[in-house]
Ligand binder design. Structure first.
Ligand SMILES: [Zn+2]
Length: 272
């Protein structure tokens, strides 16, 4: 074959391979948001009706993109429905409102169980013995583009948006955290100044929570956040969205850095 013809063929094939996914996404985004999906949002996302119209529109667009890109699989006998897909997508996308970014670019699969699931983690101890730790879980976030969720907990968390417990916000905060390569409680922020104040405030608050947890003292943030900095960020995210007024009052600096990061003020959506 003529080498120039071959080169032209390769260039055309690459161009097509790049263009087709973008064209398919544009088509998915241009499609109207189904009425049934709006009903699901109104039924399952407690704060949906309280969102200002501009955020509701953004959220609907993000949901379409999320559902176009991510693959849902039912496990433990659960059949995936639109209700499951739209509810999970909506809550995950609350975390990425008001920012020009791709929708959880590293995430590809969402696996949903009907209820708490058993995860078998193979662990190798110092003597080289492989043990499998089994425990009932409500959610799990993996670095390799996977989130696992228990549907009954998802629904409980999305319908009650004031108790500080929300498994979708929690697991997707872990996804944001791992976008920079490691789950360490510091997601991609942009700007050295942000990292300095982020590190100062979060490490101070993390130490406080560890102290409270150690002494068995009650705290606004769930004691599970004292496990490590990654869990602290995920728990603080749940509290920021579900108990924003209390956080602003009792943990003002923490509220401020999280508000700068998430670019929303959930106080405006609560208690309406
Ligand atoms: Zn976690």
């Amino acid at each position: 074959m003529n080498p120039w013809l071959f080169l032209a063929f390769v260039v055309a094939a690459i161009g097509l391979a790049l263009w087709v996914p973008r064209w398919r996404l544009r088509r998915a985004l241009a499609a109207p948001f189904p009425d049934e999906w709006v009903q699901i949002l109104e039924r399952n996302i407690a704060i949906y009706r309280n969102l200002p119209d501009s955020l509701r529109q953004q959220l609907r667009r993000l949901i379409k993109e999320f559902l176009h890109q991510k693959h849902f699989t039912g496990a433990g006998g659960l059949a995936i429905t639109d209700e499951i897909r739209v509810t999970i997508a909506a809550e995950a996308c609350l975390l990425i409102l008001n920012r020009p970014r791709r929708v959880f670019p590293a995430l590809r699969y969402i696996i949903v169980y009907p209820g708490a699931f058993i995860a078998g983690h193979r662990q190798v101890d110092e003597a080289g013995v492989v043990a499998t730790a089994s425990r009932g879980l409500l959610g799990e976030s993996w670095h390799n583009g996977k989130v696992i969720l228990a549907w009954d907990s998802v629904l409980r968390g999305s319908r009650n948006f004031v108790d500080g417990q929300n498994v979708v916000l929690h697991e997707f905060a872990h996804q944001l955290d791992s976008e920079d390569g490691g789950a360490d409680g510091a997601p991609l922020l942009g700007g050295a100044h942000s990292y300095r104040s982020w590190a100062t405030v979060l490490s101070k608050e993390f130490k406080e929570l560890r102290k409270a947890s150690y002494r068995g003292r009650e705290s606004l943030l769930d004691h599970y956040g004292a496990t490590n900095p990654a869990e602290f960020f995920a728990v603080a995210t749940e509290t920021f969205f579900e108990k924003p007024a209390q956080m602003a009052r009792h943990h003002a600096e923490l509220f401020e850095v999280l508000q700068a990061y998430y670019r929303v003020d959930p106080r405006q959506w609560q208690n309406r």
